[in-house]
Write a protein that binds this ligand. Structure first.
Ligand code: SAM
Length: 273
């Protein structure tokens, strides 16, 4: 039986509140598994197994799969879809409520993440894994196309935003493929993109990581305001002092955060603090 038939024969009712838009095309799912780069030596953590289509493709490609799913009513469907997947374990838990230690106990010290993410928690899920102390090698995640464009944006574009910088701090981001809305069921009202985030440990060396992340975030505190104004609002720094440092570093005193690339932020952080 194919996955569509398994879903129908189990009378499954999709829950919009859990972001349940499933993919059942095994060609696409095998391509997603290949894009994740996971091989037989790798463990993959999947977030949101759904009816198990991606789980099945990952189990063919990887050494071990630990798939988390919050919806217990998918248990009988997953049993059927994954009946031949000896290397796969489904854990019925909300992954956002699990500690690093609980995840590491199940998945081990080092793993890849792959998922067709529920739209409503895309950013918290991505940041939860990037910011953790877990040995995450990469995240290959299906997200709303606009979110993928924001995460991979360059400075001086309207897509460039605080999430671009927050993700860039931890990982290299690339869009692997665009996936039209008709590949999902129920069909959502947005297209998707497969985003691959390759984690680069200690990508940027900065003193006081939390303060630097707050500094990056402050650039977009109020998008239409100048960077100096935003730094004043967030850190209480004197506008004149920031203006002088901007000039000394060769920037306009009225420059906005969206015009600065990561290398600029690194230089200015060093000078300002
Ligand atoms: N992987 C399947 C696929 O590609 O067809 C399902 C993807 S569907 C977009 C997202 C899945 O994530 C749903 O099955 C939903 O129940 C599950 N989910 C939502 N929130 C979750 C959470 N906090 N922890 C674990 N699973 C979650």
């Amino acid at each position: 039986m194919n996955i569509k038939d398994i879903i129908i024969s189990n009378n499954f009712r999709y829950k919009k509140s859990l972001g349940q838009n499933f993919i059942t095309d095994m060609n696409l799912l095998r391509a997603v598994a290949a894009d994740s780069g996971a091989g037989k030596d790798d463990t993959v953590v999947e977030i949101g197994a759904g009816a198990g289509g991606l789980t099945l493709a990952l189990s063919e490609a990887a050494g071990k799969v630990c798939a988390f799913e919050v919806d217990n009513s998918l248990e009988s469907i997953l049993k059927e879809t994954l009946k031949d997947c000896a290397n796969t374990q489904v854990i019925f838990k909300d992954v956002l409520k699990m500690s690093d230690a609980e995840i590491a106990e199940i998945a081990g010290e080092s793993f890849c993440v792959a998922a067709n993410l529920p739209y409503y928690i895309t950013t918290p899920l991505i940041m939860r894994f990037l910011e953790s102390s877990l040995g995450v090698k990469s995240l290959t995640v299906m997200v709303q196309k606009e979110v993928a464009e924001r995460i991979t944006a360059r400075h001086n574009t309207k897509e460039y935003s605080s999430i671009t910088l927050a993700v860039d701090f931890y990982a290299d981001a690339e869009i692997k493929r665009i996936v039209g809305r008709n590949m999902f069921f129920p069909v959502p009202n947005v297209d998707s993109a497969l985003l691959k985030l390759t984690v680069v440990p200690d990508k940027y060396k900065v003193k006081n990581k939390e303060k630097f992340l707050k500094f990056l975030n402050s650039a977009f505190y109020m998008r239409r305001k100048t960077f100096a104004n935003n730094l004043n609002a967030v850190f209480g720094l004197e506008k004149e002092k920031i203006g002088q440092i901007l000039s000394d570093c060769g920037y306009s005193q009225s420059i906005r955060g969206e015009a600065l690339a990561m290398a600029d932020f690194l230089k200015l952080y060093e000078r300002i603090f």
